[in-house]
Design a protein around this ligand. Structure first.
Ligand SMILES: Cc1cc2nc3c(=O)[nH]c(=O)nc-3n(C[C@H](O)[C@H](O)[C@H](O)COP(=O)(O)OP(=O)(O)OC[C@H]3O[C@@H](n4cnc5c(N)ncnc54)[C@H](O)[C@@H]3O)c2cc1C
Length: 769
């Protein structure tokens, strides 16, 4: 395998289970299904307890495993970070004693930051990556993004020690390179993710020896691909997709057909204009029998001419709300033939004479491959959204520190950052940015560990349970983070007032880039159901056997469910709630309570309808959906708490980290208070009031370090690319430059004659002198 092999991202699209057979709320181990379903690499592999083995259930202690900070021992050379230019933001920067560069190394692993800085410095100098002043037509955006991708592929960003590093470390380096690209050129990053990284990853996990030459061609820059799952009439519901690949034993080929327009593959990135090959998901038929969705490599355009081959109708879907550098396309096949070998056959194959054969020997490895296929792209989205969230809050906080409005007396205006209402709007998102940045970095390592474990030949305890738990974590986290980022960007736009609406702030681009993240790689509202189903299985297990399968410890507390649900709050003062342990206790109670009411509701609906499908669907609102959200927040906070508890973190930095952890925790908990009252956890204590008082106290504390905090989170000005977010604080200078220098700012419009009014009385003011 190529040493640059990125085993970290995948675009295996949304093989989401919506089957009524798939409801596991009562019995979790008597509903095994046949092997076929697993081999289709659907989320169902996780949704069902195929691999649940009673003997291997981990009887966890309530103590959660220690999550080790993995980079505190790396050399922290702050000289790799440029100093910030002096300017009006210094007034806030001088309020703190901590070194913002040292804080940056809590948020970013030094070696990964170095890689990212190298990417950004290289792109900043490259003429092809200079940004246009004007809005370009979408065709031109596509041309430039395609050229930029070609150029990006030529750079060697992998550090020299990368060749010697483990597969997991190389994957982490590649994630950093991709993160750097996504933060600065999202269109190019998505094109690369789909066209190269995810394609290569799927070939590695679902393909075999016979596909190695295709992987080599990818690395030799001879192929750009697309991943085609979604159809016009079906996205989340992959099982009902209707594109077929029917085996013809006479010619030893598959014949691909699109029955009608509703079954056309669509929204597929790179498909519109640029890719030459497609990774196609189609229903496999042999001898008249359907074997479900399988993956095929399908050449669609002649690489020399970029013209489609006969038997294909392919095109671009047209202009989108954003990301117009990407050519999202549609495709229909009319009796289109591909060789038998183009089936990705790691888990099932078709013999030359048309027999369907499955190989089901290593379920742990297959589940690991499924995790890699389904989750890699989601982890990429989590990183991308974390960085976009940081960009948005950086712009809004720097603007708020510079923008003055009103004041206690004439001539004494206050920066809007000083207003409590403004702090309350922005700081929960600023805190979320810090918490999520750390959470994503650490959960990505756990994800890579699980993938690595599934690729080793030695038997590993709890591997299946670990993989299922990682899948549950990611299925809650991708929605949590993309929704948080979406909401944050809108609040930041509004927090910058009218100027925030200028294109040159970049808030609009950020908004449009993050927007589809809630839909692709698993629609958020569908994806969170994976998490609640996993949690419900743990709940059933704990009720029946007193055990849970939670090797990472994210729900091992359920073993004490009785004690948790009977506990009551004892609160007297605001300091009682300004405590991370208190917040974590509240979350443990909340998750346990939500599990109880969700399970009761699901059981009630099932008893009334005898339909698992209805029971699952009618226990989402005010139950399973909230449960997944609360679990996602809890997991994010527990990773964060584990990291900031590292003794090596300096006291002054810890002060910042603890306060933002508290604000994030309390402001998310604030939205769930109704459940804490409904379940009588508060026992008539003044919980709501104390939480609100604490939030406002924390806003007042964070105000004084908000600017250096964003300095430690923010990328360089080149990456941020916002006239309101510049590190030098030259706010009005950059607004003036934008007004004065925008193309045609002061020229008379070419079409002035069309609006000219004749016979206007002479109203010109003339001087009396
Ligand atoms: C910018 C962009 C790029 C994309 N790139 C690709 C690509 O490269 N390749 C590819 O194959 N696809 C791609 N897609 C498609 C994307 O993967 C799908 O849009 C996504 O899977 C959602 O499917 P859908 O659009 O059919 O929505 P649907 O599944 O029809 O969902 C519509 C709405 O119904 C809700 N819903 C559905 N089922 C349920 C349920 N059981 N309970 C409650 N609510 C439900 C969903 O939450 C959603 O809000 C892309 C999409 C976008 C926007």
């Amino acid at each position: 395998m190529n040493p640059d092999d990125p085993r970290f991202v995948n675009w295996a699209q949304n093989l989401l289970d919506q089957d009524d057979e798939n409801l596991e709320f009562e019995e979790s181990d008597d509903d095994f299904r046949d092997e076929k379903d697993v081999k289709e690499f659907s989320e169902e592999s996780f949704d069902e307890d195929y691999f649940q083995n009673e003997g291997s259930s981990s009887e966890n202690s309530e103590d959660e495993p220690e999550k080790v900070a993995f980079f505190q021992d790396l050399p922290m050379d702050t000289s790799i970070i440029d100093d910030l230019p002096s300017g009006p933001l210094d007034a806030y920067r001088k309020r703190v004693n901590f070194d913002w560069k040292e804080l940056k190394f809590v948020f970013e692993r030094p070696d990964l930051l170095k890689i990212k800085i190298n990417v950004w410095n290289t792109l900043e100098k490259d003429p092809l990556f200079q940004r246009s002043e004007e809005e370009l037509p979408s065709e031109e955006q596509k041309r430039i993004a395609a050229l930029q991708l070609e150029q990006f592929r030529k750079y060697k960003f992998m550090p020299t020690n990368g060749q010697k590093a483990t597969v997991k470390e190389r994957a982490r380096y590649l994630m950093a390179i991709n993160e750097a690209l996504a933060a600065s050129y999202p269109d190019v990053s998505v094109k690369q993710a789909i066209g190269i990284l995810l394609f290569q990853n799927t070939l590695s996990t679902l393909g075999t020896e016979r596909h190695k030459h295709i992987i080599e061609a990818i690395w030799n820059r001879q192929i750009l691909s697309a991943l085609a799952l979604t159809e016009v009439a079906h996205g989340s519901d992959a099982r009902n997709m209707r594109t077929t690949a029917t085996y013809d034993k006479e010619t030893e080929e598959f014949v691909i057909n699109t029955p009608d327009f509703k079954a056309a593959k669509c929204w597929v990135g790179n498909l519109g204009k640029t890719c030459t090959m497609v990774l196609l998901f189609a229903q496999l038929y042999t001898n008249g029998q359907c074997h479900g969705l399988h993956a095929f490599v399908v050449p669609i355009r002649d690489p020399k001419t970029l013209l489609p081959y006969p038997g294909i109708i392919v095109g671009d879907i047209g202009e989108k709300i954003g990301l117009n550098g990407i050519d999202n396309g549609f495709i229909m096949f009319q009796g289109y033939r591909i060789p038998r070998e183009n089936l990705l056959n790691r888990t099932a194959d078709v013999t030359p004479d048309g027999e369907y054969e499955s190989s089901f020997s290593e379920p742990g490895k297959i589940l690991g491959a499924a995790l890699e296929n389904l989750s890699a792209g989601r982890v990429g989205i989590m990183q991308e959204c974390a960085n976009n969230l940081i960009s948005a809050v950086t712009i809004a906080v720097r603007y708020a520190a510079l923008r003055t409005q009103f004041g206690p007396s004439t001539g004494k205006e206050l920066p809007i950052l000083e207003y409590q209402l403004h702090q309350w709007r922005l700081f929960p998102y600023l805190s979320a940015a810090g918490v999520i940045k750390i959470f994503v970095a650490d959960v990505a390592m756990d994800y890579l560990n699980a993938v690595e474990m599934s690729n080793t030949d030695t038997a590993i305890d709890n591997l299946r349970e670990t993989i299922s738990e990682i899948h549950a974590i990611i299925s809650a986290s991708k929605p949590l983070i993309s929704w948080t980022c979406r909401d944050a960007i809108q609040e930041c736009r509004e927090a910058c007032g009218g100027h925030g609406y200028l294109k040159a702030t970049r808030l609009g681009e950020l908004r449009n880039t993050v927007d589809p993240c809630v839909s692709y790689e698993g629609d958020n509202n569908v994806l969170v159901q994976q998490t609640s189903n996993w949690l419900l299985r743990q709940w059933v297990s704990v009720l029946k056997t007193g055990t849970v399968q939670s090797p990472l410890g994210t729900c091992s507390f359920l073993i004490k469910h009785g004690e948790i649900l009977s506990s009551k709050l004892q609160l007297t003062k605001v300091e009682d709630v300004k405590n991370l342990d208190f917040i974590m206790d509240c979350y443990r109670w909340l998750i346990t309570y939500l599990l109880q009411i969700t399970h009761e509701k699901r059981t009630r609906v099932f008893e009334a309808t005898q339909c698992k499908f209805t029971a699952r669907n009618n226990s989402q609102v005010y139950a399973a959906a909230v449960l997944s959200k609360a679990y996602g927040e809890y997991v994010a906070l527990s990773y964060y708490q584990a990291r900031i508890s590292q003794p090596k973190i300096k006291k002054d930095l810890k002060f910042v980290l603890v306060n933002i952890g508290l604000l994030y925790g309390l402001s998310t908990l604030d939205k769930h208070l109704v459940y804490l009252y409904q379940g009588r956890y508060d026992n008539n204590q003044p919980l709501a009031q104390l939480v609100k008082d604490a939030i406002l106290d924390l806003c007042g504390v964070i105000k004084d370090f908000a600017v250096p905090l964003v300095d430690s989170l923010a990328p360089s000005d080149f990456v941020l690319n916002s006239i309101l977010g510049r590190a030098d604080g030259k706010l009005y200078e950059s607004i003036q430059a934008e007004f004065f220098n925008n193309p045609n700012a002061m020229s008379r419009p070419k079409w002035w004659r069309e609006i000219k009014v004749d016979n206007v009385p002479n109203l010109k003011i003339t001087s009396k002198l």
